[in-house]
Write a protein that binds this ligand. Sequence first.
Ligand code: ADP
Ligand code: MG
Ligand code: MG
Length: 245
Amino acid sequence: MKLELRGITKTFGSLVANDHIDLVVHPGEIHALLGENGAGKSTLMNVLYGLYQPDDGEILLDDEPVAFQGPGDAVAAGIGMVHQHFMLVPVFTVAESLALGYEPTGRAGMLDLEEARRRVTEISDRFGFDIDPDAVVEDLPVGAQQRVEIIKALSREARVLILDEPTAVLTPQETDELIQIMRELKSAGTSIVFITHKLREVRAIADRVTVIRRGAVVGEAGPETSEGEFASLMVGREVQLSVDK
Ligand code: ADP
Ligand code: MG
Ligand code: MG
């Protein structure tokens, strides 16, 4: 699915968290959103996910304008979100997380347990996630809990997946596994917005990069852009990197 954000503006009181942000994510593209802490990345994604109403701007999916009153609308339109902090009930099994877990709509009990178990197995097998539907969430390593969140999004047929700083909580090995998972999702046609402030990860996986600083887009880049250029865009001045990884 093609995603386009046009002129998205979001203020909190006098703070302009997003200042006329434009972003286009093509079908099956991994689009990195790069920026320092507080740049406005999560705010933009929360607008896309229907958690915040923008003050200005519009969202288009496959070139059609959409308006989301809440996350339930975004999910129904094919937007999936994996937040920085997982929305999982620790004592639930993976299948129960799909069947009874927190829903963006605020409702629970969307699926019966057998159907949930079947979906977990099907999605896990398709993408090589190695997740047992009967495993208890709190017994799983963080990387596997994150895959449960991804399974939840895919089970609701997300065609644009937002990953908000997914690697912040991962070990280096789990990060490499997630990068592989992003590759699999991409080849299945899922578009991904991958939020990070780690240049190495951008280099490893992103097709396109949008750099945000203080609420505004300050640059766009492709895989050919050097790490030094990225870093300079991010902080708004010339940066010399000692090692170009
Ligand atoms: P990032 O995800 O890039 O680190 P955020 O989008 O979380 O940045 O935050 C952008 C700015 O908006 C920050 O200054 C942050 O403090 C502010 N902000 C984010 N959410 C809220 C909110 N709900 N209320 C007030 N200020 C907020
Ligand atoms: Mg405008
Ligand atoms: Mg954030």
